[in-house]
Design a protein around this ligand. Structure first.
Ligand code: TRP
Ligand code: ZN
Length: 485
């Protein structure tokens, strides 16, 4: 199941049963850069327009120093894409509506590969150059701090994935019938110019034109679909704030199923026929899984839901693309529970920095444990105990969940399993009533926004009235196997 050289699939309760050994991946240059600190994060370069007017090349994330950019916030992305599945050529126009957070004589977007033919800011053509993953834009006139502006980028090319520090691929991944498009953590820049860091969230309108007979699936609701001269255009709209890595434009030959749940959530499932038989019994449970998660975590944050089940086994992972998780094969029930739990934890409540990734993966994994517990399977305590029995030298204890150390480790077992163990330790310390109140308060107070580990710790202490410093320090910050469970 797990392709050689790639980490085992990380997000299943079955991880317990077939918990393979984490591959030891050599540190890549990117990871080393990350470890060395945010070299690219400050406005270091003083241009002709004077210091302090140049947007930083990165959002300041030590794990991915060039991800995101400084100096502006993107309110809305309007992406018009056309993908030729035969030649694998992508033609795109991106219109970003943004607001300057400082005086800006120059700013960057993230974009890798592809050929840019024109950049405009407002109605004026802007100068631009490429510098690695940075598309460096110099508007004709310096933007005032607080000014709203539109950037238009016309581009085309043959997109492909980026390679992550852990050796996995993300971004635009061509398949035999289209493309599997999954942007975590860095891949958004392989198919659109973006402020590609979860600290910036935006609404999206995405239109994708593909050859008739193919389906293009993205986030949110399908606003329209039209076939003209052998090509079909799909118009998707996500109005809730979304991080760039959660956007998708997956293309393939899909069977589509649409319905509205009793709770009024609009479901759109797209399934590769080769996965249909295996996917059907699991997808049937989506409404009940969403309802169960809503009772635990609070109201479902979005208006639409669904699944994209592709036939792309080489990818080796699923992604919690907003409103509509993307699976590289028919998911098992635990994976369905996991990716949909991310809609609360990761998508609605987003990371401020990749170091806090356990706030996504630990929570989604713990949702799997809770699902099992409340549906006649192992209790969370049993799952915890089985993991705790793992010997001290095991990869599970290789680093603490709250401090993976580099981008190469953000999808490792300690983040998922020890992250979930942290929540279980919290549950035992504060009791069930308070614990579930904390989960709901976390999802509610940071809805459509951002969280940090420190904010979660404060919430847990406030809700419980307990000093939890020791517990969090042990489970999230201390290397090695905790001495007592
Ligand atoms: N966030 C995904 C999940 O747990 C996993 C994932 C996304 C991933 N992109 C990745 C894992 C890249 C490894 C490499 O559901
Ligand atoms: Zn996950």
């Amino acid at each position: 199941m797990t392709p050689p050289g790639r980490q085992p699939v990380r997000r299943r309760t079955a991880a317990l049963r077939r918990r393979a050994v984490l591959a030891t991946v050599p540190l890549t240059v990117a990871a080393l850069l990350g470890a060395a600190g945010p070299t690219a994060a400050g406005p270091t370069e003083a241009g002709a327009a004077g210091p302090g007017t140049i947007g930083a090349a990165g959002a300041g994330d030590p794990y991915f120093p060039l991800s995101g950019n400084g100096g502006y916030h993107v309110r809305h992305y309007g992406l018009a894409l056309r993908y030729d599945t035969a030649t694998r050529r992508l033609d795109g126009t991106a219109v970003l509506t943004a607001r300057a957070t400082q005086r800006l004589s120059r700013f960057d977007l993230d974009l890798t590969g592809l050929h840019v033919t024109r950049v405009a800011v407002g109605h004026d053509t802007a100068r631009f150059r490429r510098d690695g993953q940075e598309l460096v834009v110099t508007p004709a006139r310096t933007l005032r701090r607080g000014q709203e502006f539109q950037v238009t980028v016309a581009y085309h090319g043959t997109p492909g994935p980026v390679s992550d520090p852990d050796g996995s691929a993300d971004g635009w991944i061509p398949t035999d019938d289209g493309a599997f498009v999954a942007g975590e953590p860095q891949g958004a820049m392989t198919w659109f110019p973006a402020n590609s860091h979860p600290s910036d969230k935006s609404s999206y309108d995405i239109t994708i034109t593909v050859p008739q007979g193919r389906t293009a699936v993205s986030n949110g609701t399908l606003v329209g679909q039209r076939t003209v001269h052998g090509r079909t255009t799909f118009h998707w709209r996500e109005t809730r704030p979304m991080a760039a890595y959660l956007a998708t434009a997956t293309v393939g030959k899909f069977t589509v199923q649409r319905y509205t749940t009793p709770d009024g959530i609009r479901v759109y499932n797209a399934v590769d026929p080769r996965e249909a038989a295996a996917a059907a019994p699991v997808l049937k449970k989506l409404p009940s899984v969403l309802r169960w998660e809503s009772t635990l975590f609070g109201p479902y944050p979005f208006r639409s839901a669904g699944a994209i089940v592709d036939h792309a086994h080489d990818v080796g992972y699923a992604l919690e693309t907003q409103t509509r998780p993307l699976y590289d094969r028919a998911p098992d029930l635990a994976t369905l529970v996991h990716e949909n739990a991310h809609q609360w934890f990761g998508d609605s409540v987003s990371l401020t920095t990749w170091k806090d990734i356990w706030l996504n993966e630990g929570f989604a994994t713990y949702a799997e444990w809770l699902y099992s517990e409340q549906h006649g399977g192992e209790s969370a305590q049993q799952t915890f105990d089985a993991l705790y029995a793992t010997p001290a030298g095991d990869d599970l204890w290789a680093y603490p969940a709250g401090n993976p150390g580099s981008g190469a480790n953000i999808f490792g077992t300690p983040v998922y399993a020890r992250g979930a163990m942290t929540l279980h330790a919290l549950r035992r310390a504060v009791g069930d009533r308070t614990f579930f109140r904390i989960l709901r308060a976390w999802a509610g107070e940071h809805r459509y926004g951002h969280g940090t580990t420190a904010a979660f710790e404060r919430l847990a202490e406030r809700a419980s009235g307990k000093d939890l410093t020791g517990l969090f320090h042990t489970w999230l910050e201390t290397a090695g196997k905790p001495g007592h469970a």
